[in-house]
Design a protein around this ligand. Structure first.
Ligand code: CTP
Ligand code: MG
Length: 190
């Protein structure tokens, strides 16, 4: 069923979305690049990438993933849990931290392309955190195979839900950020 596929995809990627959104709320303070510039004279990452966002947001997102994990069997739609205990905590954290690392990588490239902080970069702005989240979760669940006996991400994320994530993310990201902009927690609506 199509709606189940969509729910399953969004469910799995929710810790990444949460982490990305939480960074906007809890970010601030010293920038990761320490204000330093790259050899091209532009900031390495820019003022929008802070330690507070990078460290706090994924930790807070663990709470959301842990709740999802606890209730996965009750919500229906065939949604997945996040693996066996305690490996699920590693997988959730990997999704959440990976999201912000992907975002960091995109900001590095944005600065190299001469784009200022907050300037729009259609495509990477929407997909950077998804790519980072899935990549780190793939690696993390490969690492936890020794405990779990299976490669969690590839058991949990089948082709349908994966495609649902890819197809829905640009619109969903714009919607979420648009709301963030309207309520005043985001400086730009992308
Ligand atoms: N944020 C943070 N630390 C991070 C990531 C995000 O503090 N590691 C906060 C910043 O306040 C940032 C906001 O979340 O402004 C929104 O993130 P994002 O859109 O990724 O940053 P931009 O300011 O748009 O900068 P960039 O052009 O580099 O994407
Ligand atoms: Mg941005």
């Amino acid at each position: 069923m199509l709606h189940e596929t969509v729910v399953q995809g969004l469910w799995l990627i929710l810790p990444a979305y949460a982490s990305n959104m939480l960074a906007t709320l809890v970010g601030g303070g010293p920038p990761i690049d320490g204000g330093r510039s790259w050899s091209d004279g532009r900031r390495i990452l820019g003022g929008g990438k802070t330690w507070q966002g990078l460290i706090l947001a994924p930790l807070l997102a663990i709470a959301i993933g842990a709740l999802q994990h606890a209730y996965a069997a009750d919500v229906g739609f065939g949604v997945t849990d996040f693996g066996t205990s305690p490996a699920y905590l590693v997988h959730v954290y990997a999704l959440a931290l990976g999201a912000l690392l992907g975002d960091l990588g995109a900001s590095f490239l944005k600065r190299r392309l001469g784009k200022e902080r907050g300037e729009r970069w259609l495509g990477p702005d929407q997909y950077d955190f998804i790519a980072g989240a899935l990549l780190l979760a793939a690696l993390a669940s490969l690492a936890t195979m020794a405990w779990t006996g299976s490669w969690w991400l590839f058991e949990a994320l089948t082709l349908g839900p994966f495609l649902a994530i890819l197809i829905l993310t640009p619109g969903l990201h714009l919607l979420v950020n648009g709301i963030g902009y309207l309520v005043g927690v985001k400086e730009v609506p992308w």
